[in-house]
Ligand binder design. Structure first.
Ligand SMILES: Cc1cc2nc3c(=O)[nH]c(=O)nc-3n(C[C@H](O)[C@H](O)[C@H](O)COP(=O)(O)OP(=O)(O)OC[C@H]3O[C@@H](n4cnc5c(N)ncnc54)[C@H](O)[C@@H]3O)c2cc1C
Length: 317
């Protein structure tokens, strides 16, 4: 059996960030044969995220049944397919594409093709992480989300977020990407109704053209932060719950936590420093956001109140 210093499960943002920083004999296992085609994502990141912008965003228009509000929302829209493909091509480690991790037994990673042993295992395998199940996190609470790439009628630097009873316990978005836009919905149920609503709304407003270029779907974890380290196993990105349960933003956290795991394994920081970093940078913030998400769901029958009590346009905390 091949033995590695580190095995990374999942070649998304978090897995790539870890792989790019790790020293030693590293294996990255990614189940997709041709990854990064049509990633389910609105592709918004903060300005300081290390990827080339397709365009910048300045404001966010939040629309809810009883009104609308415009707030500052500086950021940028990136192209994840080209960003992640470039990162993958630049990696200096073993990469197994089209290989699915089926289970983990102690320090052995079992795939549909083989078995490998590792001193460290990083779970960068997204919302349905197999490593998180191995660490005991069996019940995961997710939002079902879908993103469409469409043609925008007029370029804009404004992102739009829409709350409506038609988008059940979630929200819809229209994020500009040059001449195109990422539009979509994240819901707890009745996704077809929500999709019909968002298309109808944006067409009626004259924002988007007829039809769509592509569609993709994914999950947004709502559980909040899981304990990300146990023995020689570390969860990063969505796998560890490093995602804002209010906004669904997780790209920057995935990047940072992938790097953080690499720092620990490379011996640059101690376990204590790793845990301190998680506590200071994520724990309090993500717990507060989880609380906001709870309020949003509890108040849903009065959607205006739910939005005002939880959405970032009304309170950044
Ligand atoms: C519709 C939608 C819109 C979003 N919009 C935004 C946004 O605008 N901004 C933002 O910040 N966040 C957004 N997010 C969240 C963001 O996409 C995630 O937080 C981010 O992708 C997390 O990166 P990750 O590397 O942890 O996981 P992922 O990107 O999910 O990568 C996990 C990788 O692991 C692989 N994998 C999974 N299981 C296995 C296995 N068993 N064996 C081998 N490989 C495996 C998968 O194929 C995948 O490549 C959105 C999410 C959705 C669903």
């Amino acid at each position: 059996m091949a033995i590695y210093d580190v095995i990374i499960i999942g070649g998304g943002i978090a897995g790539l960030a870890a792989a790019a920083s790790l020293k030693g004999k590293v294996l990255l296992i990614e189940r997709a044969k041709q990854p990064y085609k049509n990633i389910a994502c609105a592709e918004w990141v903060p300005r300081n995220f290390p990827a080339k912008p397709v365009q910048f965003t300045n404001e966010m228009l939040t629309i809810y049944p009883s009104g609308e509000v415009t707030s500052k929302f500086p950021g940028k829209i990136i192209d994840r397919e080209s960003f992640q493909t470039t990162l993958l091509n630049e990696l200096d480690c073993s990469i197994h594409l089209g290989e699915n991790v089926k289970g983990i037994e102690n320090d052995i990673v079992i795939t549909n093709k083989s078995k490998y042993q590792a001193n460290w295992i990083i779970g960068a395998d997204g919302p349905q992480s197999i490593l998180s199940k191995d660490l005991g996190f069996t019940r995961r609470n997710n939002l079902i989300a879908t993103n469409f790439r469409v043609k925008l009628k007029k370029p804009t630097e404004k992102t739009t977020v829409i709350f409506s009873p038609e988008i059940e316990m979630g929200y819809g978005w229209c994020f500009p990407k040059g001449d195109l836009a990422n539009i979509g919905v994240g819901v707890k149920r009745n996704i077809k109704k929500a999709i019909a609503f968002i298309f109808n709304y944006l067409r009626t407003q004259g924002t988007i053209s007829e039809g769509f270029i592509s569609q993709s779907a994914g999950l947004i974890p709502l559980d909040g932060l899981l304990n990300p380290i146990k023995g020689n196993k570390i969860l990063v990105g969505d796998a560890g719950g490093f995602i804002d349960p209010v906004t669904g933003a997780g790209i920057a956290y995935a990047w940072d936590t992938g790097k953080l795991a690499a720092s620990l394994i490379n011996g640059k920081i101690s376990r204590q420093e790793f845990s301190n970093n998680i506590n200071v940078s994520y724990l309090k913030f993500l717990n507060r956001r989880k609380e906001k998400r709870k309020i949003f769901e509890e108040e849903w029958s009065n959607i205006n109140k739910a939005v005002k009590k939880s959405w970032i346009a009304f309170s950044r905390e």
